[in-house]
Design a protein around this ligand. Structure first.
Ligand SMILES: NC(=O)c1ccc[n+]([C@@H]2O[C@H](COP(=O)([O-])OP(=O)(O)OC[C@H]3O[C@@H](n4cnc5c(N)ncnc54)[C@H](OP(=O)(O)O)[C@@H]3O)[C@@H](O)[C@H]2O)c1
Length: 320
């Protein structure tokens, strides 16, 4: 990283969240002129008047839009409408306000959930529009994908410089562990840690275990976002991933072993698997802004489990 950030006033929406906290931690030592990262209680970004006020107060040179309502399969199944409208509104108002105020650079976070259900593996950015996303996360994925269309249209018509990143599933210390909102890694860690503590003989796990996922350590994701915000200025979306595909069954066995649970993992195939396979093509990120993930899955899991064990109360607060 260069001294690019030294003169910048940076607005980080969602800066209080899992990824946002990691990004702010990484950004602070780069010495920006200001980092503005307020909670939703201060500015509700689903309201255009509050977005306008936030921009007036922050006066940003760079916006990193991470704010979102996010959850695992459970939250996507139970609250599809909330996830759709809130993510669409927040992104829409942020992109428009950045345009109206001539903010030089806006970085928008999409999601791997925007990809078609049966995208050829590895998912290439070229295939983003080749089909409908996996049904359970489609409302969330499509709301975020609409922001790419918005950013590209504004670039064409007004010359606004917004870039759009597609991170794969994130994990790491600071993740959300409450069952109402957790993704697969925190959900499995919590179940296995509790089962080991109870001396339980089995743990029930959602789905068949046959689906695969790719995981990106949260600090790697934050570094990738800052590299892109500094070096990438094109209209095309870019994947952010590790390039490593892990079957959920192997992941669960790895976590059980690491937390010391030696009972049986009982798969419940009546629960959805979500998208059958996930692994992204990471070559565009490497070529255009030099991003490569550094933290392997085992190392990242060790740090996540350690963090969970020493921060149980904080980890299990539900928020979405
Ligand atoms: N986690 C993943 O695996 C993953 C994977 C791919 C992409 N992403 C993307 O990465 C970004 C960050 O995700 P995350 O996991 O860090 O989520 P998170 O921990 O749930 O954080 C969400 C953030 O958004 C803020 N927010 C939510 N509703 C808001 C509102 N109405 N007004 C203002 N702020 C609001 C929250 O603020 P408060 O806490 O103050 O309410 C919080 O700071 C999202 O754009 C997500 O789509 C995440």
């Amino acid at each position: 990283m260069s001294d690019f950030w030294a003169t910048k006033r940076v607005l980080v929406t969602g800066g209080t969240g899992f990824l946002g906290r990691a990004l702010v931690r990484l950004l602070e030592p780069l010495g920006p002129a200001a980092i503005v990262a307020p909670p939703s209680a201060q500015y509700d970004l689903t309201r255009p008047d509050e977005v306008a006020k936030l921009f007036a107060d922050a006066d940003p040179d760079a916006v990193i839009h991470l704010a979102a309502r996010v959850g695992g399969i459970g939250a996507n199944l139970e609250r599809p409408a909330e996830l759709y409208i809130s993510n669409l509104l927040m992104g829409t108002f942020i992109i428009e306000e950045a345009r109206l105020r001539d903010v030089p650079k806006t970085t928008i976070l999409g999601t791997i959930c925007a990809y078609p259900k049966l995208t050829p593996v590895p998912f290439s950015e070229e295939n983003l529009w080749d089909g409908y996303p996996e049904e359970t996360n489609a409302p969330y994925g499509i709301a975020k994908k609409a922001l790419l269309v918005h950013a590209q249209a504004n670039r064409r018509q007004y010359g606004q410089n917004s870039i759009y990143l597609l991170p794969t599933n994130l994990f790491g210390p600071g993740d959300k562990f409450h069952p109402a909102v957790s993704h697969v890694i925190p959900a499995l860690i919590k179940k296995c840690v509790e089962a080991a503590e109870r001396g339980a003989s089995e743990v029930e796990v959602w789905g068949s275990g046959r689906a695969t996922r790719e995981f990106l350590y949260v600090d790697d994701a934050a570094r990738g976002i800052l590299l892109a915000a500094e070096h990438y200025d094109d209209a095309e979306p870019v994947n952010l991933g590790s390039g490593e595909e892990v079957p959920v069954r192997d992941l669960a066995e790895m976590i059980a072993r690491m937390v010391g649970f030696d009972g049986e993992l009982r798969w419940d195939p009546s629960k959805p698997d979500g998208q059958p396979r996930r692994r992204v093509d990471v070559s565009r990120a490497e070529r255009t802004f030099g991003f490569r993930a550094e933290t392997g899955i085992e190392e990242g899991l060790e740090r996540t489990i350690d963090w969970y064990r020493s921060n149980r109360e904080q980890a299990e607060v539900a928020s979405i």
